[in-house]
Design a protein around this ligand. Structure first.
Ligand SMILES: [Zn+2]
Length: 240
């Protein structure tokens, strides 16, 4: 009897371990996603890659539009969750491309997607206790403008005054908004913080996503990818 109980417990442990490391369910009716890293991808390429990933790795993956850019492009997130059956896990949220000209950052975000799913065995520990929400193109209008018109473009593409366009999304959040230096209120400056906090649909989308994660208590880490220099910036901290 004792041996039987031990065997049952052992079998349960094996099942739990097995479920814990269960590989992504793949849909072989669609081609396997191939992440191309030999050139920077266009907005259309990125959307298509996410769609293929969503179909191929369904139901590990869901695609959620969290809003639209000023020029009506999708702000598409990919939500990655392993199939261990645990609901309401903590969430790591990553965005990329807030600054349009930092082309490497959407590529890095897509690489993370590819690694979490395509190299599941090696990276299973990253999904064990966390779901991931990744927004690879947080500023798609600016990204396309940077690719096609002005390589050094940094901001959104919403119109300001005097034929000047764009808001610096990093400065558009409601944290000491517009404080610091005069260019933040210059609609023709690349530092422009916008006409008011959250004047841009792109920052609103990120704000609302984060508020959801705060409300549910699931949000544990936010990573915003930039490529200005080799630094890690921690959140703005100040005393009231
Ligand atoms: Zn940046």
């Amino acid at each position: 009897m004792f041996l039987k109980i031990c065997n049952t417990i052992l079998a349960l442990i094996i099942v739990i371990v097995h479920i814990d490391a269960f590989p992504p369910i793949r849909n072989d009716n669609v081609p396997k996603p191939r992440l191309l890293l030999d050139k920077y991808q266009s907005y259309d390429d990125v959307m298509e890659f996410l769609d293929v990933v969503g179909e191929y790795y369904h139901p590990w993956v869901s695609l959620v539009d969290v809003g639209r850019s000023y020029e009506n492009r999708h702000l598409k997130t990919i939500v990655i969750s392993n199939s261990d059956g645990r609901r309401g896990k903590n969430v790591i949220f990553m965005d990329a491309g807030l600054h349009a000209r930092e082309w490497i950052t959407p590529a890095v975000a897509l690489y993370v997607v590819d690694q979490l799913l395509g190299e599941f065995e090696e990276n299973a520990h990253l999904l064990k206790d966390y779901d991931w929400i990744i927004l690879p193109l947080a500023n798609p209008d600016g990204y396309e403008y940077s690719r096609n018109a002005d390589k050094m473009w940094r901001n959104t593409r919403s119109p300001n005054v005097k034929d000047c366009f764009g808001t610096n999304l990093n400065r558009n959040f409601d944290v000491h908004w517009s404080e610091g230096y005069s260019e933040l209120l210059d609609p023709c400056s690349e530092h422009y913080a916008g006409s008011k906090p959250f004047s841009e649909s792109e920052s609103v989308a990120i704000r609302d996503l984060m508020l959801d994660l705060v409300r549910t208590g699931q949000g544990k880490m936010y990573l915003s990818l930039h490529s200005h220099n080799e630094s890690i910036y921690y959140p703005w901290v100040y005393e009231r």
